[in-house]
Design a protein around this ligand. Structure first.
Ligand SMILES: [Mn+2]
Length: 387
């Protein structure tokens, strides 16, 4: 069985004010040709199909075209919603779509506590495809009154345990969560940061699956080699991804436990680069790199320049961002980096912030009120999505 694993398309996304839709149309065309050329049996789309719960019209049209073309080519599609999608909206009409070979995951819990399952078949027998759209503990609690579900890890464990998985058959799961194996994941700025790592799920929760097709992290990477993978986003969605090599993952599944990866590369219509220096140095860089005229550029000026935007735009028509770095006042001082946020709990970070702003520590009462609010956030996020 040949499965193309996609995720984090974020159709309709805007990066630094630029709508990426034309780039996305181009990328999807390349993906489509690759799927046909490689004769994949199915495409797995592991969440963040759109960039927002209510995507713009053009984004919906782009997705409609992509899915129709795959369907015309006889390629089945399995799709789940990510934290950016409205799972409810996405799965509208999924019962009818299913008859066409387009399987869109219903919200978790639509048919009880088990993960939604579909069955494919080839010469090796059955291949079960499980689909788990993005879940927070608050989405699953109602099924597990007797279990304390404090973390995303608890929630995922409960959901997997509630699902009857025949380990003698081949099992594939689509999920959109932060799954962590033995080493630290590679992260970037276009992902949503969840302070304190509350959303972390241990890879061992998914040990009964032969392959887990993940979405959420935008850099292609294995969580567990040949078993659990983030395919990454097909395009770069922030300047922190300049050095990432995006790819398209095609997964070959032979008999039970036989999983291998083919990585394919697509050419983005516009590359992404950073230039840094004085105006004179940047002119030099532009001369040495003619390709930068077609690239998205972040320019970091190390001196004050009058009318910098129009001067830079002459050099780089796709200029996305201008930053200044001089006088020791770099942007890094005011931003919380991934490194600083990792391993610190949200309460601790807020206490630090509160003390800095107010010049005094929080009272016990204020602390209790804040903790209470933090525990409500996952629920509030879900309600936001449903608006
Ligand atoms: Mn994403």
């Amino acid at each position: 069985m040949k499965l193309m694993h996609l995720a984090d398309l974020h159709i309709g996304k805007r990066v630094n004010g630029y709508f990426m839709t034309d780039d996305q149309i181009d990328a999807l065309r390349q993906i489509e040709s690759l799927a046909k050329e490689q004769k994949v049996d199915a495409v797995l789309m592991a969440g963040d199909v759109y960039d927002r719960p209510v995507p713009p019209l053009q984004a919906v049209n782009v997705m409609d075209r992509f899915l129709t073309n795959l369907n015309d080519a006889g390629i089945e599609v399995f799709m789940i919603g990510g934290n950016h999608d409205s799972v409810v909206r996405l799965s509208f009409i999924s019962t009818i779509a299913e008859r066409q070979g387009l399987h869109i995951a219903r919200p978790y819990g639509s048919d009880g506590p088990e993960i939604e399952k579909h069955v494919l078949e080839d010469s090796h027998g059955k291949l079960n495809v499980y689909m788990l759209p993005f879940i927070a503990p608050s989405d699953v609690r109602r099924f597990f009154d007797d279990i304390e579900l404090g973390s995303y890890d608890d929630a995922a464990k409960a959901v997997v345990n509630a699902t009857n998985i025949d380990v003698s058959e081949r099992n594939v799961l689509l999920a959109h969560q932060l799954v962590v194996g033995s080493s630290d994941p590679e992260r970037c700025d276009s992902e949503e940061i969840n302070i304190g790592g509350l959303d972390m799920i241990n890879a061992s929760v998914f040990s009964n699956f032969d392959y887990v097709a993940l979405g959420h992290l935008h850099s292609p990477q294995w969580v567990v080699r040949n078993k659990i993978r983030y395919c990454g986003s097909p395009l770069k969605y922030s300047f922190s991804e300049i050095n990432q090599k995006k790819s398209i993952s095609i997964i070959n599944i032979g008999g039970k436990g036989e999983v291998s990866l083919e990585e394919h590369f697509i050419a983005p219509p516009h590359e992404m680069h950073e230039v840094r220096g004085t105006m004179r140095e940047i002119r030099e860089i532009a001369k040495e790199n003619p390709g930068y005229r077609d690239s998205y550029i972040r320019a970091v000026l190390t001196e004050s320049v009058s009318d910098a935007a129009s001067k830079l735009r002459d050099l780089f028509p796709y200029l996305m961002k201008i930053e200044y770095e001089f006088g020791g006042n770099s942007e890094g001082d005011t931003e919380l980096s991934h490194e600083r946020l990792q391993g610190t709990d949200p309460v601790g970070i807020f206490q630090e912030f509160f003390a800095k702003i107010n010049g005094a520590e929080m009272s016990d009462e204020e602390l209790a009120a804040f903790k209470n609010t933090v525990s409500e956030i996952p629920r509030m996020n879900r309600e936001d999505d449903d608006k």
